[in-house]
Design a protein around this ligand. Structure first.
Ligand code: COA
Length: 246
């Protein structure tokens, strides 16, 4: 079958036919669609002390059941997106998509097998309390989130966000800096129309802040003692990226 140009710039694994995106500066690291076979590996990663302490949303302890539920969310979404891209095969212009169909970070070994080492994905910015204010606007949080979610794909005013995590065995090798840059420039900007991104990172998560700074984000706010996460008060840094900023 003729390759589907709508998958651009994803490559296709010649053995498994699975599409993937190769990181720009780490050729042995790829992003692939979710696979159910990742489920048994997720709890060890999500419960690791160097990972769970920085994650605001996933439950802790993270169980196999949580991993199954997560896969049941992200796998159908990725499958539906591939179906959309397939349905658009005859359209010359590349279509805009509401997500990237690849998100699981994998290290490719010399024998061609790969190992699941992390996850990265775009969402609409969930912290509505930081939208439309120089401070923190708790009163309009829900309204701001809803307005942002209702914006139509392609609207440059959409505020996107990025969630990411990596296995501690692979920390400090520049992998997430590369993953964020690759995903932004190879897919999110050209294929999702992303023009504005805001992310939050817990105060103290220096690695996460640096990953974004190294990708052109600016630290725009720090909210000490911001909210409660899993029973603890947590402060947040907010970083922003806008298309066209130096
Ligand atoms: C945050 C995280 C994604 C960083 O990924 P990574 O691949 O290790 O980051 P990189 O190797 O690209 O590092 C980027 C910069 O941060 C620095 N850095 C990485 N981890 C660090 C840490 N724990 N403390 C201080 N600096 C750190 C690196 O040295 C590098 O800086 P340099 O270029 O000046 O040397 C990873 O540590 C992680 O998954 N943490 C747990 C989950 C998490 O925090 N997710 C983000 C939630 S907002």
């Amino acid at each position: 079958m003729v390759p589907n140009h709508q998958l651009h710039p994803l490559e296709i694994n010649p053995t498994t036919a699975e599409p993937f995106l190769r990181l720009r500066n780490h050729p042995n690291i790829i992003l692939t669609p979710p696979r159910y076979e990742d489920v048994p590996h997720e709890p060890a990663l999500m419960n690791h002390e160097k990972v769970h302490v920085w994650l605001e949303h996933p439950p802790y302890p993270y169980t196999l059941e949580h991993a199954k539920q997560w896969l049941d969310t992200i796998k159908p979404s990725s499958d539906a997106l591939f179906a959309e891209l397939e349905a658009a095969r005859d359209q010359e212009a590349l279509i805009l998509t509401h997500q990237c169909p690849v998100r699981c970070i994998r290290e490719v070994k010399e024998d061609g097998t790969d190992v699941f080492i992390g996850d990265i994905g775009f969402t609409r910015f969930p912290n509505g309390e930081f939208i439309g204010t120089d401070g923190v606007d708790w009163e309009n949080k829900e309204r701001n989130v809803k307005e942002n979610e209702q914006r139509q794909l392609g609207d440059p005013e959409i505020i996107w966000s990025i969630g990411d995590l990596l296995a501690p065995s692979h920390h400090g090798q520049g992998i997430m800096t590369d993953a964020v840059g690759t995903l932004m420039h190879e897919w999110a900007i050209p294929r999702m129309g992303v023009r504005h991104i805001m992310v939050s990172a817990c105060i103290g998560n220096e690695g996460s802040v640096k990953v974004f700074l190294k990708n052109g984000f600016k630290l725009i706010r720090t909210s000490e003692d911001h909210h409660e996460v899993k029973g603890k008060r947590v402060g947040l840094h907010v970083l922003e990226w806008r298309a066209g900023d130096a």
